[in-house]
Ligand binder design. Structure first.
Ligand SMILES: [Mn+2]
Length: 353
């Protein structure tokens, strides 16, 4: 297994590259979406949480990620000795109507194909995505992690309706007419996913790109009044069974699986890694289940991290493992310290198994 570093957009510079390398990472997972663009309550110093207004404002709908910028990013990372394993998440500017089944859906599916072709041509093996109407919404900060660390979690269901112009917890149209996004049915949502996979997977397969699905975080049946796809471990199987393409894979988030109310985490890790469907793994620790849980430091919480790694190894998983989030630590560099702690623990754990 390989240790990966998750770069948010504002971290794409030499200082962060060197920091990742110094932590022992060999691989990079890059978020090209700027989650913090004009966010009202969402600072770039931590993982994005936001409030009812979402994380911030989407990118430029006409600026599709080009081959040139992807290839330049890859060579920049290679120069410091990091492999670019995956791009994580589409920009809502590029696919809001794919999620919402809106009028621009057809054009946006074509645009996503262009992005996938560019990713493939640049030699990046994985595109991670999270097919979710409300996205990573409804989480809050708590001041009471170990030693008074600030941590993130959920403190009850959040079903306040989404305003028009918002998808995936980001505003894509600041001039949308007043009102809220109509609630989709569960069947409609699965049909939208099917349309997306049917359109994109053949292109991804042709280009040698794996399309990797993140489960719903937080894994509630509904968030902001909208249904969710993968909010129990068994629902990952339904996603896999929708399309037999080898590019139909998982961005396997162990922390999110641990927050789910049904099933057994270790059986889920065993089941999906045995099927050889994991494109890459998010690994962090957590205490509790939705709608009441808290992310914790990686060495506490309810997930036996070493047991998860042993199961992965037993099924010959040889891909990238990346801490998707880590609690901040009290010092002059809270994000760096929290991430270095998680990475050091994971590096030792990978060596130990
Ligand atoms: Mn995750």
């Amino acid at each position: 297994m390989k240790l990966g570093f998750g770069f948010y957009r504002h971290m794409l510079n030499d200082d962060y590259y060197r920091f990742a390398k110094q932590c022992g990472c060999t691989h990079a997972v890059v978020h090209l979406v700027d989650y913090f663009k004009r966010g009202r309550s969402n600072s770039a110093g931590d993982q994005p949480v936001g409030d009812q207004y979402g994380w911030g404002v989407a990118g430029d709908p006409d600026a599709l990620w080009s081959f040139e910028e992807l290839a330049a990013l890859k060579s920049e990372l290679n120069r410091v000795g990091l492999e670019l394993e995956a791009i994580e998440n589409f920009d809502p500017a590029h696919w809001h109507d794919v999620l919402l089944d809106g009028p621009k859906k057809k054009q946006q599916l074509e645009n996503l194909k262009t992005i996938i072709r560019n990713i493939g041509r640049a030699g990046i093996p994985v595109m991670g995505y999270n097919f979710s109407i409300a996205g990573v919404a409804g989480r809050v900060r708590f001041p009471d992690g170990r030693g008074g660390a600030e941590i993130v979690g959920m403190n009850g269901p959040v079903d306040l309706p989404m305003p028009n112009g918002m998808a995936w917890n980001i505003v894509y149209d600041e001039n949308a007419k007043p009102g809220t996004v109509p609630t989709a049915t569960r069947e409609q949502l699965w049909q939208r996913l099917r349309d997306f996979l049917d359109a994109i997977l053949p292109v991804a397969e042709e280009c040698g790109v794996k399309l990797a699905a993140h489960p719903d975080d937080p894994p509630m049946p509904t968030v902001r009044g909208q249904p969710r796809l993968v909010y129990q471990p068994r629902l990952y199987q339904e996603l896999i069974d929708l399309n037999s393409s080898p590019s139909n894979t998982l961005e396997f988030c162990v922390g999110t699986l641990a927050e789910m109310t049904e099933g057994n985490l270790y059986e889920a890790v065993e089941n999906y890694s045995r099927q050889n469907r994991l494109a890459y793994v998010h690994l962090r620790n957590v205490r509790g289940k939705v709608p009441f849980y808290k992310e914790t430091f990686i060495d506490e919480g309810e997930v036996d991290i070493l047991r998860v790694l042993r199961i992965l190894k037993g099924n010959r998983y040889d891909g990238v493992v990346v801490p998707d989030h880590a609690p901040q630590m009290t010092c002059t560099a809270p994000w760096h310290a929290g991430m270095a702690f998680a990475l050091g623990y994971l590096r030792a754990a990978i060596q130990a198994v």
